[in-house]
Design a protein around this ligand. Structure first.
Ligand SMILES: *Cc1c(COP(=O)(O)O)cnc(C)c1O
Length: 361
């Protein structure tokens, strides 16, 4: 089978040129006489890779100088566990605004050591919308306010993350970072696992305003200390060097393609194309998310008859469209349309959906 259009939610599709470069450099990296998998993370060759990746990421996301960028293993879930340890006092309150599955995960990872409060939630409505700012019940003593910019499973995205004035905003941007311009200075912390929109699984980016690193937090092992990690340039121990390298290639590719403003245009067009096909199907396909909160990155949709799901997935696979099965929490289908998914892939999906409807409608 040739390379398919891969709609996986993460690990997700990577640009072919990135994969080809990684392949070409796998056996021998530069003049090292070794693979990048085999060289020291503290040697000059890898240090140059790591520093370029950070510099390019700062350019891509317009990260202000008063923010540190930390590269770590452990995924976004580990960040959710380390946030309260680093930025809240034992038992202190933190406010969580929940618009889907990952907002709940963030609370679960924090609740054992802080007072993780649900300030607002759209769960009662099945996570088909974001909770309106007017419903948020914020605490005076909160260490931070946590939001999920884009809920990857429920397909719910904040078009505009509301302002808060009680505490710094901490935002999980795992599935929408670099998908459009973002004003980082509105946030205390922005974090993202790389495997959705920044590169390969195995590395996570934490962008943190430096003054927050001075917070005492609570007892933790040195390896879990973000201030120490920032000071050591993310090399307290061996970092995931291969993943860091592939992230760097992916970020370079995004810059070469025109940066986040260009991806914002592409992502808007791609999402509009797919939602129009769903909405124009006369009920054969449906998406249940409130129009204004529909994600540009992850589009869950359902066939009018779930008995057709299996044959839809099998025929899609034969047409070179893979990984469309929905998350087990929701069922149905889900198409993830990250930066590496070309418009032609979405057009191919829409064409397939229309043909499938003609054959089975
Ligand atoms: C995938 C995802 C996570 C979990 O990421 P891991 O790297 O698997 O820990 C958290 N939040 C969001 C929004 C995600 O999309």
């Amino acid at each position: 089978m040739p390379r398919a259009y891969n709609f996986a939610p993460g690990p997700a599709m990577l640009p072919e040129s990135v994969l080809r470069q990684a392949q070409a450099e796998l056996l021998e990296f530069g003049t090292t006489g070794a693979s990048i998998l085999e060289i020291s993370h503290r040697g000059a060759d890898f240090m140059a890779v790591a520093q370029k990746a950070e510099a390019d990421l700062r350019t891509l996301l317009a990260i202000p100088d008063d923010y540190a960028v930390i590269f770590t293993a452990g995924g976004a879930t580990t960040v959710q566990a380390l946030l309260p340890l680093n930025f809240a006092a034992p038992g202190q309150a933190a406010d969580y605004v929940v618009s889907g599955h990952w907002g709940k995960t963030a609370i679960k990872q924090a609740a054992h050591c802080i007072d993780a409060r649900t300030a607002a939630s759209s769960e009662a409505g099945g996570f088909r919308d974001v909770p309106a700012r007017s419903t948020w019940q914020l605490s005076k003593d909160a260490a931070y306010v946590h939001v999920t910019a884009n809920e990857t499973i429920h397909g719910v995205e904040w078009r505009e993350i509301p302002e808060v004035d009680n505490a710094p905003l901490v935002a999980d941007f795992s599935s929408s970072i670099a998908s459009e311009p973002l004003d980082i200075s509105r946030f205390g912390i922005v974090y993202a696992g790389a495997q959705k929109n920044l590169g390969p699984v195995g590395i996570t980016v934490v962008i943190v305003r430096r003054d927050l690193l001075a917070r005492a937090g609570q007892p933790r092992a040195p390896i879990f200390d973000y201030a120490a990690q920032a000071k050591a340039e993310s090399m307290l121990n061996t970092p995931p060097s291969w993943n860091w390298y592939v992230l760097g290639l992916t970020v370079q590719w995004m810059l070469d393609e025109g940066g986040v403003a260009e991806f914002a245009r592409r992502n808007t067009r791609k999402a509009a194309l797919l939602y129009a096909a769903i909405d124009g199907s006369g009920g054969f396909y449906r998406n249940e998310v409130a129009t204004a909160a529909r994600s540009r990155m992850n589009v869950p949709f359902f066939l009018h008859d779930a008995a057709l799901d299996k044959v839809f997935l099998e025929h899609a696979r034969q047409a070179g469209l893979v990984a469309l099965k929905g998350h087990r929490v929701l069922g149905g289908m889900r198409a993830s349309l990250y930066n590496a998914m070309p418009e032609a892939g979405v057009q191919a999906l829409v064409n397939f959906m229309q043909e499938f409807q003609s054959a089975h409608g």
